[in-house]
Design a protein around this ligand. Structure first.
Ligand code: C2E
Ligand code: CA
Ligand code: CA
Ligand code: CA
Length: 274
């Protein structure tokens, strides 16, 4: 048992070193990922739950790494948050999404809206609103075609810069959504202090629906809070027709999830959804 313990430790140690090495490599490589055109946005449809009509998409980042293949955001975003490259990458995400919105909406009567994820570090730069304004001007994208998804944690420690940036974005015409609603250290008080348009209910609650009455009740309660405050509700992680139907019954307006479509490359999105 002793020997096995030692082997396990050694194995663990090696795995740890490999992971640490990968982190350093990815961190270094992330500085050039933008320039090398290794980044890509995938798009996942968002659907009006009462009509079934597509109303837009969420842009989700992918990194096509030359050696490691397609990397998912959870494997590299934390590293880029730490080393600061998220700022440049985030700017690229906004520009690329804005360009896609222009391409889609030039041929449409009813515009599609694209939601982009903004990381806390990116949001705390004091010129974020200015940066977005420049991206909109350069691409001729209308502010109404973009939505910013931010997380609760950003709103919890009442930093004055955050409030100012949110107000600027709203004044420009962008909408703001709280992502993963209900999972952070939710202090609902922030809902009265910050100008928020959309509550995006975390997919963990949607997954509990039907299996667990309390999960269902929470989703209903979130929807009525949003409604009372004049906000729109989006449910993420919808995987079944039953979930979509119940959510529509509760008054949740918008749905997103594998049931409607997985995130796909732009070319495939255009082919399948437009
Ligand atoms: P998120 O914003 O909560 O995005 C939703 C995640 O849930 C996506 O994972 C999506 O593929 C997945 N998903 C969508 N529908 C379903 C479903 O029906 N079932 C299940 N099980 N999963 C579903 P993804 O693409 O791996 O993104 C992970 C996270 O990475 C995102 O979570 C977001 O926080 C972050 N992220 C993605 N793109 C960006 C970006 O451009 N900038 C920043 N800062 N973060 C990003
Ligand atoms: Ca999101
Ligand atoms: Ca989410
Ligand atoms: Ca999430």
């Amino acid at each position: 048992a002793k020997a096995r313990g030692r082997n396990n430790f050694q194995y663990y140690d090696e795995a740890l070193t490999a992971r640490a090495r990968l982190r350093v490599n990815l961190g270094n490589a992330s500085h050039t990922a933008c320039a090398n055109k290794e980044l890509e946005l995938y798009y996942q449809p968002k659907v009006d739950l009462s009509s079934g009509e597509i109303i837009g998409a969420e842009a989700l980042l992918r990194w096509r790494h030359p050696e490691l293949g397609l990397l998912m955001p959870d494997s590299f975003i934390p590293i880029t948050e730490e080393n600061g490259t998220i700022v440049e990458i985030g700017d690229w995400v906004i520009r690329t999404a804005a360009q896609t919105a222009v391409d889609w909406n030039s041929k449409r009567l009813k515009p599609l809206k694209i939601a982009v994820n903004l990381s806390p570090r990116q949001f705390k730069q004091n010129d974020l609103a200015k940066q977005i304004e420049i991206a909109l001007t350069q691409t001729s994208c209308r502010a109404e075609w973009l939505e910013c998804e931010i997380t609760e944690s950003l709103l919890l420690n009442d930093e004055p810069g955050v409030q100012t940036t949110l107000q600027k974005l709203r004044a420009m015409g962008l909408s703001v959504a709280i992502d993963d609603f209900g999972t952070g250290h939710s202090a609902l008080a922030y809902l009265s202090r910050f100008p928020i348009d959309v509550l995006k209910i975390d997919r963990s609650f949607i997954a509990q629906m039907g299996k667990n009455d309390r999960g269902t009740e929470l989703v209903k309660a979130f929807t009525s809070i949003a409604d009372a405050l004049g906000m729109t509700t989006v449910a993420e992680g919808i995987e079944t027709n039953e979930q979509a139907a119940s959510l529509n019954g509760f008054g949740c307006e918008i749905g997103q999830g594998y049931f409607f479509g997985k995130p796909v490359a732009l070319h495939d999105f255009n082919k399948h959804f437009l």
